[in-house]
Design a protein around this ligand. Sequence first.
Ligand code: FES
Length: 108
Amino acid sequence: MAKIVYRYGDGTRRVVERDTPASVMRAAVEAGVPGIVGECGGQTMCATCHVYVDDGYVDRLPAVGDDEEEMLECTAAPRDAARSRLSCQIVVGAGLDEIEVDVPDTQI
Ligand code: FES
């Protein structure tokens, strides 16, 4: 079982638990979690799945790839050099069993 916590600026949270591996973007879209658009479907072409990863998980993620790096320059909300990632590039349920992310106020 993998668990993803989506946190919002107003202090609210949404928790999604999954039995099968999925990206943090896909899990959000399938569960109707607000604030994660995922316009390109996870092809690293839109940056509408931007999240700020909780400090406790940043070092547990794979390095930012070239395509992700390029799209992180296009986020609607300001990029955080240490914490910004594209949630379509973070997979839970395959080595990483939980993660907490802050959802930006805007994706577009
Ligand atoms: Fe488009 Fe992540 S869904 S870059």
